[in-house]
Design a protein. Sequence first.
Length: 78
Amino acid sequence: MTAGEWMAPLPEEARPGSVVIGVMTDGYENASQEWTHERIKALIEQQTREHHWEFCTSGADQQQSRTGPRWGSPATSR
């Protein structure tokens, strides 16, 4: 079940006031045929625009700092 599927049937007053999605990534290609950078970016943009969700990418190296902005999300290296 996705976060959206979990929240959809909830009455408005029972839904969280904000949703923050944290994404851990090393920033390298994972060879996914289904989830391209473009598809991930489109989904992040849709959820941000329509539902005001916030996304933050985090990872262990400098390669990750290129991935978050590519998806339209702020990146924080640790």
